[in-house]
Write a protein that binds this ligand. Structure first.
Ligand code: EPZ
Length: 424
């Protein structure tokens, strides 16, 4: 398992481009199974999660090729209705196979995904939605078994105790596009990644109204065709780069950072007096050379609220603010694996229920730390850039799941970072 050795104190300078959105690619790869025609996907990031999703759809019977960087061609002429445990258990986002298999084959057997370090990852809303569509859904042998012979459009309220569900919305949309009749999904996820998936489905011939709003209206069609789709830029990567540049007191232009998708995060940064400026609609420039951050309060919420996927990064950055910040996690209340590791670097953070109370400004010192999940890993890199001395971040396969060559991009901006290969 590789590690990153980071020497803090370097000031980043230059420009970096944001890759395609991981959390759009995963449902979009699944959506290619809705047709026997070829789908061409562009601006696909070079991530281990994406490569794994490509392996999964290939295992399910699709012909998959990667003819050029960022370009994937997928054609599912043949398709199995079973997604085995040994595939699904490695990446829970493969739960997104449930919708397309149900729609295309009128049956599906997808292994129940496990939980993960950020918290329990239930799928009760996915099941609720399929049952509302008239599907028979049973849990047998650790599988979600779906019989969709009688599937038809329905009115579905898809909100849960934590609000909307992103992959749950993806699954029910992908089932409904081939369900006879009309489906209305209330409290649907509004995340841009779901809107992007809906855009691709429309390109395949689906009839979807309200994408990006909490109410989706889907008119089922009998068949979908192939399409060509360019994946939208990754707003979470963009937000991560803003935090990396700020922590390193850098001067960085982040290309592809779409302000329309970052409103809640930029609002928090404005309240913190983080010195960024938007350049047009899809670039953000930050000059943090003389930054003095103010403490903030922030609470994660479903989009367009402050994204849970930027919570850990903000925690790391707020260790450099002058005062006490309170960051509350309403999506995954246990998503604080980064806190003990940040404290090992000298941060002063106290957990209080679903909140982290961060007292700044603290002088961080480099230390050996361990990555635990994708966004917690990014938080450790942010802290390492601001720390005095060397930080060794181990288990950075977590980072590679969601960030394309972050070490190379950091080095090109002037960071002192080295990837240490650890073949075991
Ligand atoms: C997606 O996960 C993202 N992953 C996550 O990003 C992201 O953190 C999450 O949405 C929230 O924005 C992908 O898109 C691949 P949810 P998902 O269903 O769809 C509860 C990253 O770092 N819930 O929107 O699995 C659930 O427990 C990853 O890139 C139910 O109660 O999340 C959570 O509290 C991590 N029942 C909340 O809803 C359900 O049936 C939101 O979950 C489903 C979810």
């Amino acid at each position: 398992m590789d590690s990153l050795l980071i020497k803090g104190g370097a000031h980043l300078e230059g420009e970096v481009s944001v890759a395609g959105a991981k959390n759009a690619c995963l449902p979009i790869f699944a959506a290619t199974l809705l047709t026997d025609q070829k789908c061409v996907l562009k601006n696909v990031p070079e991530l281990s999660d994406v490569r794994f999703m490509a392996e999964i759809v290939a295992e399910m019977g699709a012909e998959v090729s990667n003819p050029a960087k960022g370009v994937w061609e997928i054609q599912a002429k043949n398709l199995s209705h079973v997604a085995p445990y040994d595939l699904v258990r490695k990446m829970r986002a493969s739960i997104c196979l449930l919708g397309p298999l149900t729609a295309r084959l009128r049956k599906a057997e997808v292994s129940l995904p496990g939980g993960c370090v950020i918290g329990a990852r239930p799928v009760d809303l996915h099941i609720k939605g399929l049952r509302a569509l008239g599907c028979g859904v049973e849990i047998e042998r650790g599988f979600i078994c779906v019989d969709a012979k009688k599937m038809r459009g329905a009115q579905i309220y898809l909100g849960g105790r934590f609000g909307s569900t992103v992959t749950g919305t993806a699954n029910i949309v992908m089932a409904a596009v081939l369900a006879p009749g009309t489906t209305v999904i209330e409290n649907a996820a509004c995340e841009p990644e779901i809107t992007d998936m809906c855009k691709m489905l429309s390109g395949m011939g689906a009839i979807i109204d309200g994408a990006g709003s909490p109410t989706l209206t889907i008119t089922g069609v009998s068949k979908l065709g192939g399409t060509e789709h360019t994946v939208l830029p990754d707003r979470i990567e963009a937000g991560t780069w803003i935090a990396l540049a700020a922590a390193a007191r850098g001067k960085v232009l982040i290309k592809g950072a779409q302000k329309k998708h970052l409103g809640s995060f930029l609002d928090v940064l404005e309240r913190a007096e983080c010195p960024f400026e938007t350049r047009g609609n899809s670039s953000i420039f930050i000059d943090a050379s003389s930054m003095r951050l103010k403490p903030v309060e922030a609470t994660t919420l479903p989009y367009p609220g402050f994204p849970t996927d930027l919570q850990a990064q903000l925690c790391a950055l707020m260790t450099q603010a002058n005062g006490i910040s309170v960051i509350t996690e309403r999506i995954y209340p246990e998503r604080f694996m980064h806190v003990p590791e940040l404290c090992r670097m000298g941060a002063n953070i106290v957990r209080e229920g679903p909140s982290a109370i961060i007292s700044g400004k603290t002088k961080l010192s480099g230390a050996p730390v361990m990555a635990s999940d994708l966004r917690a890993s990014a938080a450790l890199v942010i802290a390492a850039l601001a720390a005095k001395g060397e930080t060794l971040v181990s288990r950075i396969y977590h980072l590679d799941r969601g960030y394309d060559s972050i070490d190379r991009k950091l080095a090109e901006l002037g960071a002192k970072v080295e990837r240490i290969k650890n073949p075991d």
